[in-house]
Design a protein around this ligand. Structure first.
Ligand code: URA
Length: 259
């Protein structure tokens, strides 16, 4: 069979050994930590730029952990190239800023759909096309969070290309947000959006456009109704990773393990 090569990820179809599933953190520094939690610990199989990939096993199925880097453009490359290699199912695991006052640090947010405040997704589908999560994976993420006793919120995420102006942050270099974006946090709050992050709009749009399945779980590291500074990185990150891995176990169990 012809070997397929994914240039940016520095991967090819031989290296991934038939894997069909991938967990996608943004940060290459989190990949090893996630791979170590698999049933058979992951080993690094590729590294290039912001993309680091480990291959391990969950329930005897090969599963990748690949970092996407921050934001839409690098995420679109990761998802497209993993799709070219035969990955069918993606769970993004990340961190997030909550914008509703009842959401606590360390809670996780499971995205049902994303407001497309990115640019990359518009190169795959027009803006009217929804950035929605796969229904089955959302259910499994909820089940996973509940079984782990991790508080979770399920709903809409605003997914922005920028961390500062796009999320209406004034603690930036200029301390200024352009007029078009002033008041946008209030608007999303009124429209019952739960949180801000930076990759789900691209992931969900690209995955749906390519006929692939994807969902997103993110740990809360700041609540924007209280301030702009990141408060507690560790609890939110760890909780989101636990939920993502447990959901991947449930998914693979549903699809492969004969009971
Ligand atoms: N990631 C984001 O995109 N925004 C936040 O506020 C925190 C994490």
């Amino acid at each position: 069979m012809k070997i397929k090569i994914a240039y940016h990820l520095n991967l090819d179809s031989r290296k991934i050994q038939g894997a069909k599933y991938a967990i996608l953190p943004g940060d290459p520094g989190r990949v090893e930590y996630i791979g170590n939690l698999f049933d058979k610990k992951g080993k690094q199989i590729a590294k290039n730029r912001e993309y680091c990939t480990y291959l391990g096993k969950i329930h005897d199925q090969n599963v990748l952990v690949t970092s996407t880097g921050i934001g839409g453009p690098s995420t679109s490359i990761a998802v497209d190239e993993l799709g070219q290699l035969g990955i069918k199912t993606f769970i993004r695991v990340g961190t997030t800023g909550a914008i509703q006052d009842w959401i606590k640090l360390g809670d996780v947010i499971i995205t049902t759909g994303s407001v497309r405040l990115d640019g990359a997704s518009t190169h795959y589908a027009p803006i009217e096309y929804p950035a929605v999560s796969d229904f089955e994976i959302v259910q499994l993420l909820v089940k996973a969070a509940d079984s782990l006793n991790i508080p979770r919120h399920v709903g809409i995420t605003a997914s922005s290309d920028t961390f500062y102006p796009g999320q209406e942050r004034y603690d930036s270099s200029s301390k200024y947000v352009i007029k078009k974006l002033q008041g946008t946090m209030k608007e999303w709050q009124k429209l019952n959006v739960l949180n801000y992050e930076m990759e789900s709009a691209t992931l969900l749009t690209v995955a749906n456009a390519l006929g692939l399945k994807a969902a997103c779980v993110a740990g809360v590291i700041v609540n924007r109704t209280k301030g702009e500074k990141i408060m507690d990185l560790k609890t939110g990150e760890e909780n989101a990773v636990k939920v993502a891995i447990e959901a991947m176990k449930l998914l693979i169990r549903n699809q492969y393990v004969k009971l």
